[in-house]
Design a protein around this ligand. Structure first.
Ligand code: AMP
Length: 926
């Protein structure tokens, strides 16, 4: 202290110890103005706010008797800022008053009450400052003055280190501090935190995560132990090396595969290494139910899949004439394909009868390409025109008329037949057998010059157009009647046209028991209904080595002259989306949406663009956007889909806010749920289900769209980069999918819950203007979106079920569809409305402007609740100030022309919220 004026330094004993103080007691001596100033106090460059703690004693004025009239019991604290020490020069005028200091307890004679008071000196900016105490006629002693500022201590939070930071002052209540990740941790954005005026750290933002090979432990990142690994930047613990791998050393990023085991290029390093599959089993061929030249090969999956589910099959065909075999090449067709088959059967057509075919089916999985080993099963088969039973049409003592039919796939008209017959008794006598062979152009014949009352044995075989023989039918007996008898059994045969008749005398000792040396197609018949049923599972176009094959397989090619563009209706990631017309030959004109790929695309972009068609083309459901086809063979690549007149659902709802009943909204949700059930039945996980990805047609039917492979990565403006590099639409995504990419139909169910909320809130943005960070934090702390206004209780309950943390407890789409059906069947069930808190659901704007201050005008308020369209109604009715708005009742709102019940409620609730400004906003109802 600088001893100034008439303050005295004194010594006093208190409880046995000596205390020094600055003391003044000019009571009863008229007006006083006595100053005591400190020496120059250097300011810490960032401390703009300092605390002054004073310990002092004030004497009770009453104890001065008659002198008490001008006696005071307070003194003043002043401060003056300066850039340099001005020494002893002192000018009152340079000081500003900080506070009047009054004691909590005054002291009488002999009893000393020490008071402690702390005052804040804020907004300091110069190099240093002085404090001064002004006495105005009190009896006061100052024992100590402590001047300090507050800091937030150096800390490590969420693996980010933050330095000691001086707390801010009035003008900067929260001081943002940048930190740095601890060793071996990284973060996309620089970690930040705030230091409060009270020296406390709050709201850390940004997440440091341990590098691959490191895991978080005690505020640091430590190497994975041997036998453990970590592939990516994350705060997950290191994992045990997966199956079929060699143990790793410490700090491993992955564990190498054991010999004979592999990882497919797309396998994550966290997956087990897998082996090769064994050969397919039970390979069989059948022509049953098949048209000409077709057969079906079928098989069962390999006994050992190598530990993988991505089994596919390749079919190789060889044709053999005699012992010479060659690849069938282009000559035969395969449906669906001969490579990368997911199905366990294939139909092969354009086979030639009477050739021997060898079919080899190879089982492959995702790692087969990494090994030269092959797992195959081979079958030999030949196609025959088979003749089914012969009938007797007419007989006379010397003639027999016969007819027969052939298997379905033979064309009787173009086929010739070889008929062989002999007398039965020849065989019985076991002597030389004489066969007569006839080559016929029709499947009927009349044989003349036979002996009466004789049993003949007949067999017939079909010949291919080239004259190659099929297999003979079973031998059948027919007898000629006795002389004088004649029998007509069926329609007249009319004499089979015989090309030639050869009488062959075959010297056969014994008829061979089985003339079928080749395996007939029927022998090879193998099928059971399950095995032939197409597997209704979505096929990831990525599983095709060449994605163009997938497009060809799942989408039909449209000639560009059959599509005409009319008008741009949207912009997708790859280019404009047009409305247009599709006029395919033989089909009615149809309105379509045409997605285009902007010129200058790379092959990768072309494949990504078309992958949407490969996926969409596999679906066929009322509530899934239908693919009409693709244009891929020309420069301008296009995807053509059905046209949805009302566009994206989120925008449609916003444009029709309050205009639809709950019943209609639930009907729309039912459609979306049905589409999603179909997708989940196909094992397809959408990952980006949101109202913006639902399209609405003129009948208000909702259809799920947006299937591109890269869509979540690139296409969605809501996509936010996660620390592991992927892009995720945070507010629509289930926590487990955000946390560790566990995308399943159950995570789609979570998103469906958000879509339900969007729909019931007429396209409101989920979680309003909260940041993604705040949303994730709220969800982790078990907060959920509150019920939208007017939302039926049953519908809100279903949303909450979709948002259960434990994904196994969420309803499945099938449950959702049946529940929504039930609600729609008894509309009364929609009458109970969920609790609605207007302050939460219309969010702060209803109680104040965006900056937190009250609304300045009626139009500002209307805009904040998205009801600007009524601005004129309010001004016409003379309601021009917020005070007038606060007086309005429901009838008044109706009377100025707000008729739609949804709008009426929104405005009324908002007024209610405005009146209730005093209550603080609880962020979410749980
Ligand atoms: P997308 O690339 O699929 O997100 O499409 C971009 C925009 O084009 C969408 O938001 C819709 O507004 C519009 N759109 C896409 N497909 C259709 C369709 N089939 N019918 C009507 N509009 C569509």
């Amino acid at each position: 202290f600088l001893y100034c004026c008439i303050w005295e330094i004194a010594q006093q004993a208190l409880n046995g110890s000596l205390l020094y103080n600055y003391f003044i007691c000019n009571v009863g001596a008229g007006e006083q103005d006595n100053w005591l100033r400190t020496t120059f106090i250097q300011r810490h460059p960032t401390a703009t706010r300092v605390f002054v703690e004073m310990r002092f004693v004030v004497r009770d004025c009453n104890s001065f008797g008659a002198d008490s009239l001008t006696c005071k019991e307070t003194f003043n604290l002043h401060t003056s800022e300066a850039d340099a020490d001005i020494g002893t020069s002192f000018r009152k005028g340079q000081f500003r008053k900080v506070a009047t200091i009054a004691p909590d307890e005054i002291s009488g004679v002999g009893d000393m009450q020490i008071n402690t008071e702390t005052r804040v000196v804020d907004n300091l900016s110069r190099k240093g400052f002085y404090l001064a105490f002004q006495d105005i006629g009190a009896c006061v002693a100052i024992y100590s003055v402590r001047v300090y500022y507050k800091t937030c201590p150096a800390t490590v939070k969420s693996l980010a280190a933050f330095p000691e930071t001086v707390a801010g002052g009035e003008n900067q209540a929260l001081r943002e501090v940048a930190g740095a990740c601890v060793e071996n941790a990284v973060s996309e954005d620089q970690p930040r935190i705030y230091c409060t005026v009270d020296g406390e750290w709050v709201v850390p933002v940004g997440q440091c995560q341990c590098r691959p090979g490191y895991e978080p432990k005690n505020d640091s990142c430590q190497e994975c132990k041997p036998g453990f690994f970590k592939t990516s930047v994350s705060n997950e613990a290191c994992e045990h090396c997966p199956k079929n791998t060699e143990p790793s050393s410490s700090g491993a990023l992955s564990c190498p595969c054991l010999q004979g085991f592999y990882r497919a290029p797309n396998d994550p390093l966290t997956a087990a290494c897998s082996g090769l599959p064994s050969a397919p089993q039970n390979l069989a061929a059948t022509t049953a139910q098949m048209a000409v030249g077709k057969l079906q090969l079928s098989w069962s999956p390999p006994a050992d899949t190598g530990g993988r589910t991505d089994i596919t099959y390749n079919v190789v065909c060889d044709r053999c004439e005699g012992s010479v075999c060659q690849p069938c090449g282009e000559k035969v067709r395969y449906d669906p394909s001969n490579t990368d088959l997911k199905e366990i059967s294939v139909i092969i057509s354009e086979l030639e009868p009477h050739l021997n075919y060898t079919f080899t089916v190879e089982a492959r999985n995702g790692v087969s390409q990494l090994s030269p080993q092959r797992a195959t099963h081979t079958i030999n088969t030949a196609l025959h025109y088979t003749v089914t039973a012969m009938h007797l049409v007419e007989s006379s003592p010397t003639s027999l008329s016969l007819s027969w039919s052939v298997s379905r796939w033979a064309k009787p008209s173009s086929t010739r037949y070889e008929l062989m017959y002999r007398k039965k008794k020849d065989e019985e006598k076991n002597k030389v057998t004489t066969y007569t062979v006839l080559v016929l152009e029709k499947n009927s014949v009349q044989i003349i010059d036979l002996s009466p009352s004789t049993v003949y044995l007949f067999k017939v075989q079909a010949l291919s157009p080239e004259g190659n023989p099929g297999s003979y039918s079973m031998e059948q007996e027919f007898s000629t009647p006795a002389e004088g008898k004649s029998v007509i059994l069926g329609a007249a045969v009319g004499g089979g046209v015989m090309l030639f008749i050869v009488v062959v005398v075959l010297l056969l000792r014994r008829r061979r028991k089985n003339s079928h040396t080749r395996q007939g197609p029927e022998d090879a018949y193998f099928s059971s209904p399950e095995q032939l049923k197409p597997l209704k599972t979505y096929v990831d176009p990525h599983t095709y080595e060449d994605p163009n094959t997938a497009v060809l397989k799942f989408a039909s090619e449209i000639h560009p002259t059959h599509v005409s563009k009319q008008k741009v209706i949207g912009v997708g990631e790859f280019g404009e989306v047009y409305r247009g017309i599709l006029k395919a030959p033989g089909r009615k004109e149809a309105a379509v949406a045409i997605k285009t790929l902007k010129p200058g695309y790379t092959e990768k972009q072309r494949q990504d663009f078309l992958s949407e068609a490969s996926i969409m083309g596999q679906f066929c459901h009322q509530n899934i956007i239908r693919l009409e086809g693709v244009v891929t063979k020309f420069k301008h690549v296009m995807i053509v889909t059905e046209y949805m007149e009302n566009g994206a659902l989120d925008k449609y709802l916003r444009d029709h806010d309050g205009e639809m009943s709950s019943f209609q909204l639930v009907g729309m949700l039912r459609g979306i749920a049905a589409g999603m059930k179909y997708l989940s039945d196909m094992s397809y996980v959408h990952r980006d289900l949101a109202a913006r990805n639902i399209l609405v047609n003129s009948k208000l039917e909702c259809k799920v769209s947006d299937f591109g492979l890269s869509r979540v990565l690139e296409d969605d403006p809501e996509g936010t980069y996660t620390t592991s590099g992927g892009k995720i639409p945070i507010r629509w995504t289930a926590p487990e999918a955000i946390a560790y990419r566990k995308f399943t139909s159950a995570s789609d169910v979570w998103s469906f819950g958000i879509v339900m909320w969007e729909v019931m809130a007429f396209g409101e943005r989920p979680y309003w203007d909260m940041s993604n960070h705040e949303v994730m934090k709220a969800i982790n702390e078990a907060f959920r979106l509150p019920a939208p206004m007017d939302c039926p209780s049953a519908v809100y309950q279903l949303m909450l079920q979709c948002w259960l943390q434990d994904r196994s407890k969420r309803p499945r789409f099938q449950d959702i569809v049946s529940l929504l059906d039930k609600l729609l069947k008894s509309p009364d069930s929609l009458k109970a409305i969920a609790d609605f808190d207007p302050r939460v659901s219309i969010r702060l704007p209803s109680t104040s402007g965006s900056d937190g201050s009250p609304f300045r005008s009626v139009s500002e308020w209307l805009e904040s609740i998205k009801m600007s369209q009524y601005s004129e109604n309010f001004s016409m009715a003379g309601i021009v100030s917020m005070e007038q708005v606060l007086q309005m009742k429901s009838e008044d709102i109706r009377n100025i022309g707000v008729r739609l019940p949804g709008h009426l409620k929104r405005i009324a609730y908002s007024i209610l919220g405005l009146k209730d400004q005093t209550s603080t906003l609880s962020v979410f109802a749980v």
